[in-house]
Design a protein around this ligand. Structure first.
Ligand code: NAD
Length: 254
């Protein structure tokens, strides 16, 4: 593929209407990517695909799949490969959080959090990366979290923080392996972003207390994160790899 030939961005977990993945799908479409929306929630994925196509006039495709299921991931990516231009960008955004205090974390809860956040990223990335390397171009972004860097705190407990920290090592090691093939691999580590991930469990008083501690004095919006991801998926960002971009309003400066 030449620099200007059409490419597809695959965004996992982009169904959620108020989520980071959805905003990212819009941002990448605005940059000219065709977009494959993959989500556990089939209706949400279909609605997202229609929404992105209507707003940006790009080709889109809805893929219903669980990122923890290797066969489902394989089938979904095959569907995208058959229907859309070659995959140039992958955003590993599907994720779930868990506030369970460490002494109460069951092995099943631990596995649930690692399955979606880490195994999911592994399965989708491995399925997509071979083609990227073959074509000599790829932009892979993982959604880590400030929880990984500062040790929980916003909403995620130990399991979530460990899983999101796992992604930092994952991305750095993969950046070394895939760099020679023209594929960059980076992480974005958001702080508190206004989405539905906390499922209403973060009350207004707690939010206000947090905002008082954030230097820019507001909770982040999904576009704050999507803009950084869009930068990391552009051809022009090819000299940035193995990096972690904080998007936290200064709440964790390190
Ligand atoms: P969200 O809950 O709004 O959206 C997550 C999406 O992932 C949903 O559409 C859901 O259906 C999908 N999903 C969940 N499990 C899946 C699976 N097994 N297979 C396929 N899809 C699945 O979440 P969000 O707040 O937009 O978060 C997006 C990413 O950003 C997550 O990885 C999250 O951990 C990370 N993050 C969020 C925040 C925040 O404050 N919102 C902060 C730091 C990091």
């Amino acid at each position: 593929t030449t620099p200007n030939s059409p490419r597809t961005a695959l965004v996992t977990g982009a169904g959620s209407r108020r989520g980071i993945g959805r905003a990212t799908a819009h941002a990448l479409a605005a940059d000219g990517y065709a977009v494959a929306v993959l989500d556990l929630d089939k209706e949400a994925a279909e609605e997202a695909a229609r929404d992105v196509a209507a707003r940006h006039g790009v080709q889109t495709l809805a893929l219903a799949a669980d990122v923890t299921d290797a066969d489902a991931v394989d089938a979904a990516v095959a569907q995208a490969e058959a229907a859309l231009p070659p995959i140039g960008a992958l955003v590993n955004n599907a994720g779930i959080t868990s506030p369970v205090p460490f002494l109460e974390v069951s092995p099943a809860e631990w596995d649930r959090i690692f399955d979606v956040n880490v195994r999911g990223g592994f399965l989708v990335t491995q399925r997509v990366a071979a083609g990227m390397a073959e074509r000599g171009f790829g932009r892979i972004v993982f959604l880590s979290s400030v929880s990984a860097e500062r040790g929980g705190g916003v909403f995620g407990g130990v399991a979530y923080s460990a899983a999101k920290a796992g992604l930092l090592g994952f991305a750095r090691a993969l950046a070394r392996e895939l760099g020679p093939s023209g594929v960059t691999v980076n992480c974005v580590a958001p702080g508190l972003i206004d989405t539905d991930i906390t499922q209403g469990k973060l009350d207004e008083a707690r939010k206000a207390a947090m905002v008082a501690d954030i230097p820019v004095r507001r909770i982040g919006g999904v576009d704050d994160v999507a803009d950084v991801i869009a930068f990391l998926t552009r051809p022009g960002s090819g000299y940035v790899t193995g990096a972690t971009y904080d998007v936290n309003g200064g709440s964790h400066i390190h």
